[in-house]
Design a protein around this ligand. Structure first.
Ligand code: APR
Length: 178
C-alpha cells in the first residue's frame, strides 16, 4: 500500500529489510548493539562484519545505546548505504513508558536520517517480535510518529518492510484510519 503525505511516499510492503535499497534501513537492535536474532541477526549476517566493527567503536565511545535512542553505521555488503540501529522497548504490559519509548525510537531514527542527509528509510516493525509489543498498538505509534515527522521534514520515502502478510495487513488497516 502506498500513500503520499505531503511530498513523501509512505510505503507498506511485505519483504526482507536487508534487501531494501533505501538510503538507510533500521535495525531493531538491543542496547548492547552487538547483534542478536530476528531482524538484528539478519542485518548483521547480510551486512557483514563491518557493521559490528562500527557498533563496537560506538560502544567504546559512548557505551550502550539506551532504549529509544538511535545510532548509525555503514550498510556493509547490503544495497542500503546505512543502518540505523535502535533498541525498541520490551513490552511489560504498558506501564513502563513503553509507548513513549517506541515513539522515541521511530522519531530518533528519522531525525538521524535527516541529520545525515538521508532521503529514504526502511523500517521493520520495531519491538513486535522478541520484545512482544502488541503489533496493533505498535503500528499506530509507528505510523503516527512517521506522519508527524514528515509533515515537518521533507523525506522522499518512508517504507515499512513487514516480514509476514499478517503483519502487513495490520499496518494497512491502521494506516487506513490514522
Ligand atoms: N526483514 C523485515 N522484518 C523482519 C526480518 C527481516 N529480515 N526478520 C524479522 N523481522 C521482523 C519480525 O517478524 C518482527 O515483526 O521484525 C520484527 C521485529 O522482531 P525482532 O527482530 O524480534 O525485534 P524486536 O521485537 O524489536 O526484538 C529485538 O531481538 O533479535 C533480538 O537483538 C535483538 O534483542 C533484540 C530483540
Amino acid at each position: 500500500m502506498e500513500k503520499m503525505i505531503g511530498k513523501t511516499r509512505l510505503n507498506l510492503i511485505q519483504g526482507d529489510i536487508t534487501l531494501q535499497e533505501t538510503g538507510a534501513i533500521v535495525n531493531a537492535a538491543n542496547t548492547g548493539l552487538l547483534g542478536g536474532g530476528g531482524v538484528d541477526g539478519a542485518i548483521h549476517r547480510a551486512g557483514g562484519p563491518e557493521i559490528r566493527e562500527e557498533c563496537k567503536k560506538i560502544r567504546a565511545k559512548q557505551g550502550k545505546c539506551p532504549t529509544g535512542e538511535a545510532v548509525i553505521t555503514t550498510g556493509g555488503n547490503m544495497a542500503t548505504g546505512h543502518v540505523i540501529h535502535t533498541p525498541g522497548p520490551v513490552w511489560h504490559g504498558g506501564n513502563r513508558n513503553e509507548e513513549q519509548l517506541l515513539r522515541n525510537s521511530y522519531y530518533n531514527c528519522l531525525n538521524l536520517a535527516k541529520e545525515n542527509g538521508i532521503k529514504s528509510i526502511s523500517f521493520p516493525s520495531i519491538s513486535t517480535g522478541v520484545y512482544r509489543f502488541p503489533i496493533d498498538k505498535a503500528a499506530r505509534i509507528a505510523l503516527t510518529t512517521v506522519k508527524e515527522f514528515i509533515q515537518e521534514h521533507k523525506l522522499e520515502e518512508v517504507r515499512f518492510v513487514l516480514f509476514s502478510e499478517k503483519d502487513l495487513k495490520v499496518y494497512e488497516e491502521v494506516l487506513k484510519d490514522c
